[in-house]
Design a protein around this ligand. Structure first.
Ligand code: SF4
Length: 351
């Protein structure tokens, strides 16, 4: 009985609590529809039908790190690098505000060009626009996190990617899992809403380790969890690994999202762009499987092709204006609507 999927789903609906073994059984289930429908029901119960939009500004594709799976890795000499000037980043945020966004996400590789002084200036200027600010700029010192928080940034996204220490240290040379976890602690201590998440389908990753990742995300606890399927990029050094799982990890990523919704009913979960790369309707399917956030690209078209973490990224030739109207009509097509609030965690609980 206790190994039965219906029993586990009912337990998660009632208590929002599952142990590692139960999570593993859900990850293995073939009844994906039952799992995603349960997550969708919980999303509706706790958060209603609103979808939060976050305008994504990819302001630099320089990175000092060398994560084997990422197209921005410093040893990828094929990538045409760019940096957007401070004032132009602020102007993109103004443009996003004019399109009706309430939050901007400032994302880049780990680029030392943007010193604390520069980032504090950018954050404080954008804050004057009455926008919520999410940062996704990698591993920093405690002091940097504190300075960015004090300057007005609200959320910080740092994906753990995997909690399998051996795998993490192998895929992220020069970095280590303990330091990554410490960064997340420091982000939390600095007063940010903590966002994290994992990559699903990494070479060498097991379902057992994904179950542990899910438990870890709940233990932080995260206010936002972003799940990205691994998409093989032939320009990265991961191609030197012997076994690369090039399968489509769409369904497994959906399962992970759905489980996160079941055990953390009121967090923000984005329907990621990578999901739409793997499935034409990927973001809408994710929104119907527990997700409640979409991050349309608000970066100018000339830069988009250069922010190539993985191949086949969607909307590369579209303008920020097009992305805004396109996503709105897609969201409406499934009976959902765009939130008028900034969508902070706990401020959007519908019950
Ligand atoms: S995953 Fe992040 S830190 Fe690693 S290479 Fe890519 S952009 Fe840099």
């Amino acid at each position: 009985m206790k190994n039965n999927i219906n029993y586990i789903l009912q337990k998660s609906i009632n208590s929002h609590n599952l142990d590692e073994k139960e999570i593993l059984l859900l990850l293995k289930t073939k009844s994906i529809k039952k799992l995603t429908s349960s997550a969708d029901m919980i999303r509706k119960k706790y958060l209603g039908d609103e979808v939060h939009l976050r305008a994504l500004i990819e302001f630099s594709n320089y990175c000092k790190q060398n994560c084997l799976y990422c197209g921005l890795q410093k040893t990828n000499l094929k990538l045409d690098r760019y940096r957007i000037k401070e004032q132009d980043i602020i102007n993109l945020a103004k443009q996003a505000k004019n399109y009706g966004y309430k939050t901007v996400v400032l994302q880049s590789g780990e680029d030392p060009y943007y010193t604390i002084k520069k980032m504090v200036y950018i954050i404080s200027e954008i804050k004057k626009l009455d926008l919520a600010i999410t940062l996704s700029i990698g591993e920093k010192t405690f002091n940097e996190y504190k300075s960015y928080r004090q300057a007005g940034a609200d959320r910080y996204l740092l994906r753990i990617e995997t909690t399998d220490e051996k795998l993490y240290n192998k895929l992220n040379p020069g970095m280590n899992l303990k330091n990554r976890m410490q960064c997340l602690e420091n982000i939390k201590k600095s007063g940010f809403e903590v966002g994290s998440g994992i990559m699903v389908g990494l070479p060498g990753q097991t379902l057992e380790s994904i179950a542990k990742d899910i438990i870890y995300l709940k233990s932080i606890p995260v206010a936002m969890a972003g799940i990205g399927p691994f998409i093989y990029n032939p320009d990265t050094s991961i191609s030197h690994l012997e076994k690369i799982n090039k399968n489509n990890h769409f369904d497994l990523s959906l399962k992970v999202m759905a489980i996160l919704r079941l055990i953390m009913p009121d967090i923000n979960i984005p329907a990621t762009t990578a999901m739409e790369t793997l499935n034409h309707n990927g973001r809408l399917i994710a929104l119907q499987s527990g997700a409640n956030v979409v991050m349309p690209n608000a970066t100018e078209t000339i830069y988009r092709k250069k922010y190539e973490i993985y191949p086949g990224k969607i909307c590369l030739n579209d303008s920020p204006e097009h992305c805004r109207t396109c996503i709105e009509s897609k969201i409406k097509s499934i009976g959902r609507f765009i939130s008028k609030s900034k969508g902070f965690h706990n401020s959007n609980v519908a019950i």
